[in-house]
Design a protein around this ligand. Sequence first.
Ligand SMILES: O=P(O)(O)O[C@@H]1C[C@H](O)[C@@H](CO)O1
Ligand SMILES: Nc1nc2[nH]cnc2c(=O)[nH]1
Length: 304
Amino acid sequence: MRSLKREILASGLSALKGNGNIEPHTYEEVETIANDILEKVKCRPQFGIICGSGLGGLGDLVSNKEIIPYADIPGFPVSTVPGHAGKLIFGDLEGKKVVLMQGRAHLYEGYAVQRITLPVRVMKLMGVSVLIVTNAAGGINPEYSVGDIMIIKDHFNVPGFAAVNPLIGPNDERFGPRFPAASGAYDKEFRELAKQKAKELGYDAFVREGVYTCLGGPSYETVTECRFLRLVGVDSTGMSTIPEVLVARHCGMRVLGLSLITNKCIVEHDSKAFANHEEVLETARMRTNHLQALAAAIVKAIKI
Ligand SMILES: O=P(O)(O)O[C@@H]1C[C@H](O)[C@@H](CO)O1
Ligand SMILES: Nc1nc2[nH]cnc2c(=O)[nH]1
């Protein structure tokens, strides 16, 4: 095991192997990383939470914190983007044991899709059975406003059209089946619960339910791409989440996804407005308290 750990550390990019083929981390590699982390913390998490751009403030609600920077975890992808602190926070949230990712890595940072989803498998082998994913996204649905929170009911996997899928490669049945279903990925019971909690908190006016897509980024969408996405029934667009959800579902986790609509997508040619990351982070700052309160209420109410 020791030499395996050295290997993961030394390669840094063990998801990219040899002749350009991309291979997932082996079960043993993931197990080594998970066990190594569990040796460092007392918490035994049941809930995993991934915080999107500017949404890491959720970590402030966690008590009895134990923190490990991603950079100290062999093989973990390190976020390079503003708004992604790059810390794994263990602790208590509303009476539940959680592990919270303050920031994530994205495809556009140059990581293999298997590598950006490694943390989800590590969570699984640490005992996590429920994953809550959040992201910042552009509003495609014309009825959406900046600051809306969208409960994800389905996704449209654009990178998957070009064979960018974290489940590509040899399949280890200990994680899950070769051909997992992707319909029903966003747990119906959790979605209902999220709607109920939004109502109780008085958030009805800005909580929606819709379909998320991700593109590879880092460029934001063109006008034609936005119009196309609307035609196929997409409500919000981002650059993350879907690979994580596919891996989570593959290994049997239940998933809830929340998108914060940080900007309106540009659908008019020659518009003077342009998507930009500053606006994304500004909206995240404006809505962070609401998103935190909603996520905390949901965690409190979920029974495992
Ligand atoms: O990590 P998420 O998906 O929340 O971040 C989105 C996508 C890009 O990383 C960034 C663009 O502004 O926000
Ligand atoms: N792809 C994409 N990602 C985003 N993240 C935040 N806003 C956007 C957006 O408009 N498009």
